[in-house]
Design a protein. Structure first.
Length: 268
């Protein structure tokens, strides 16, 4: 009986050591209120070190910056190739923006002309009415777009955009695993991967120098970086990578900044 008790105690000790070892290797993952993992990369960081698999578009996307600005700040030209270990500046500085030297003020002539004799008085001409200045065009609305956007998939809207909320930078559309995800407009795939924590299997499409769209939590990506896609083309299968249920996280960004997709999408 004593041998049995000793054996039980030894087994309990081994089990406890295994549990403690497992706890020591555990990784804490921060999650948002919907259970989605949140990236640990500080969005407000002024610089970032490139890791294997990173792209300029992906880094600019996570930092909420226009990829053209990030390229200019780091003196990177098309096709925007970056390398592991390279440090990228994610905020502009005075040194990064060329400044023009102000023009020198006009100096008076060295000699002064002799005063002229007053001319004979003349009848002042009738006042001439000046034409009214042309009206200043109204600034373009932040959400205005000349792109004919379409819904990337069908399903119930379960998450809406909220300005200033880093966890609600787009909309969430519920669906089922394997459901078709299509391009919301024609463009070029500038990111296709899973390196952006919180988005799962993600695709980013560039539609113009101004507009991007993003499609997250896919089960399977069907297009690679550099591919040209047309509006309505299948680009992915819906999934739950980085999410607690099958859904599509969809974002539209203008000059790197998220905008509410709903005013841009057609009424359903």
């Amino acid at each position: 009986m004593a041998r049995v008790n000793t054996l039980v105690r030894l087994l309990c000790l081994v089990l406890a050591l295994v549990v403690l070892a497992g706890c020591g290797r555990s990784t804490v993952v921060r999650r948002d209120r919907d259970g989605r993992p949140v990236s640990t990369q500080p969005i407000s960081a002024s610089s970032v070190v490139v890791r294997r698999g990173d792209t300029l578009y992906g880094i600019a996307f996570r930092a909420g910056q226009d990829y053209r600005d990030v390229a200019r700040w780091n003196r990177i030209g098309p096709p925007y190739t970056i390398y592991p270990g390279q440090r990228l500046q994610l905020r502009g500085s005075a040194a990064a923006v060329p400044r023009t030297k102000p023009a020198a003020a006009a100096r008076p002539p060295a000699t002064v002309a002799a005063p002229r004799k007053p001319a004979p008085a003349q009848t002042p001409p009738a006042s001439v009415r000046k034409p009214a200045p042309a009206p200043t065009p109204a600034p373009r609305a932040a959400s205005a777009s000349n792109i004919a956007w379409r819904w990337p998939t069908q399903g119930a809207l379960i998450g809406r955009f909220a300005a200033g909320d880093s966890t609600r930078q787009g909309i969430d559309i519920a669906g089922s695993g394997g459901q078709s995800v299509t391009a919301a407009a024609a463009g070029t795939v500038v990111y296709s991967g899973s390196g952006l924590v919180g988005y799962g299997e993600l695709i980013i499409i560039k539609h113009s120098d101004e507009w991007l769209s993003a499609y997250g939590h896919n089960r399977r990506r069907l297009v690679a970086e550099g591919a040209t896609v047309v509006a309505g083309q299948n680009i992915a299968e819906m999934g739950r990578t980085g999410a607690s249920r099958d859904m599509l996280h969809f974002e539209i960004r203008r000059n790197g900044k998220p905008v509410d997709p709903l005013p841009l999408l057609p009424a359903q």
